[in-house]
Design a protein around this ligand. Sequence first.
Ligand code: ZN
Length: 232
Amino acid sequence: MLNDYKKFLSTIKKKKYKFKFFHQKLSTKSNILLRHDVDFDVDFALKMAEFEKKNNVKSTYFFLLTSSIYNILDKDIINKIIFIKQLGHEIGLHFDPSVYYKKKVLNGLKVELKIFEKLFKKKVKIISFHRPNKKFLKMNKKILGTAHTYQKLFTTKIGYFADSRNLFRYGDPLKSTDFNNNLNLQILIHPIWWQKKFKLHTNIKIKEFIKKKNQDLKKNLLKNLSNSNLSF
Ligand SMILES: [Zn+2]
């Protein structure tokens, strides 16, 4: 479990990179912004967060308010996210603009920021957009006064790499010249793709995930049907 991620982190640590948060001032070299967009499952994020804590790694976790796969208003989910924060990581809003009609996007964001801040009793310092279109990808200014991960400061001005299912589609960060030269980096890692071997085919990873979700669903159904003799 997380073996490949362990190797990945130890390669970074060997190069003496310092893990920073997005709101912190970056040195000219050897800083890394480690980002996790949580698109599927908060348990996977929690496992990764605990693993990072053990290995003295700091990162930023982003959560969706509008996910159709997990419910951020679920008490257990809230507690898990608070725990991730307590482990010393930063948490931020993963915002999906496609949920809103064009003219309502900013209002939607305003509402989501408010809810997020109330739920987790903290100011959102950084936003990451979920599957952003070009407009959001290219937005360089803060949005509603809040920084976001696609600002040039965090992308074109430093090395930016993202995992995609079972590969780094736009280049492996650890084989990049930026990394070789100890230049600053932002790396996006989606926790779901690293629970088993990173190179494992996406189908297998998704099948495992569906199995897990089914077990979670059964558990939750049983909680709600506690006095019955149902078995399923
Ligand atoms: Zn996402």
